[in-house]
Design a protein around this ligand. Structure first.
Ligand code: APR
Length: 251
């Protein structure tokens, strides 16, 4: 049964002229980074209303850095896992055109993907909300909280709740989704908008949707064509292997 589904997914991807991936925190869990809404997720420890909104950051940046520091400790040590690497390989083979990610951990890029749209920014740089100066996160890793030379607390270049999604990320992702023929949805609960409209935009173009998640989501019984329940790090490589076999030069 599983192998059949893997083969079907491989057929969809090799037959698709425009294939996208939409990824969330679940794809980085096997790299040691907790997700947000699973049982042991970050939001079970830190209330997002108190730690993940731009107003919470402006009101008390030191408090928000308690959470950011803990995340940064884990993210800075994290390495791409087999799911990231498999997606990088798929792009190199010409079967994955762009990854739309909600993640801020830079692991898709570290895993070899070049075409990545970051909906929620990237934690590898910090900016000063007061004077606009920008720093590399590793330059300030020994300061908690990190401060600008103007002495104000720096903010990571990630999108907090209440901040606008980067205009270019939104425009490009909607444009790509409206011409997609296949969409891989990997490791996301798909509850945060506007990124969670990508699957329905792709479906509007009759795209086939392949979902990989440890648990079912609201997409599974509505938009998903093939659902793999399990770890991205185990399933993504199997799909890539099946594609390689299909495309292997005849003996
Ligand atoms: N393989 C596949 N899926 C997994 C794995 C795994 N190894 N581990 C967890 N998952 C699944 C979970 O079951 C869950 O459905 O990944 C999903 C992660 O969902 P969330 O924790 O809600 O993360 P995400 O969808 O990325 O959240 C979106 O919300 O809090 C904001 O800005 C934050 O970017 C984040 C956004």
């Amino acid at each position: 049964m599983m192998q059949e589904l893997i083969e079907q997914a491989a057929d969809i991807i090799t037959g698709s002229r425009v294939t996208l991936a939409l990824t969330g925190a679940g794809i980085s869990v096997e790299s040691g980074i907790p997700d947000f809404r699973s049982a042991a997720g970050l939001w079970s420890k830190y209330d997002p209303a108190e730690y993940a909104t731009i107003s919470a950051f402006r009101a008390n940046p030191q408090k928000v850095w308690e959470m950011l520091w803990e995340m940064d400790e884990v993210v800075s040590q994290a390495r791409p896992n087999n799911a990231h690497l498999a997606m990088g390989e798929l792009e190199t083979m010409g079967f994955l055109h762009c990854i739309i990610t909600q993640n801020i951990d830079n692991l898709h890029q570290a895993g070899g993907s070049r075409n990545v749209i970051e909906y929620h920014g990237n934690s590898s740089t910090l900016s000063c909300l007061w004077c606009g100066k920008r720093y590399k996160a590793e330059e300030k890793r020994d300061e908690n909280p990190p401060r600008c030379e103007c002495q104000n607390v720096l903010k990571p270049d990630v999108i907090f709740f209440g901040e606008a999604i980067p205009e270019e990320a939104m425009r490009r992702s909607f444009e790509l989704a409206s011409s997609a023929e296949a969409l891989l949805v990997v490791g996301t609960s798909a509850v945060v908008s506007p990124v969670n409209t990508i699957p329905s935009i792709a479906k509007g173009n009759s795209a086939k949707i392949i979902e990989i998640n440890k648990e079912r989501t609201h997409l599974t019984d509505s938009l998903t064509d093939i659902f793999f329940q399990g770890s991205a790090g185990e399933i993504m490589p199997q799909i890539v292997e099946a594609i390689k076999k299909k495309k292997a030069p005849l003996p």
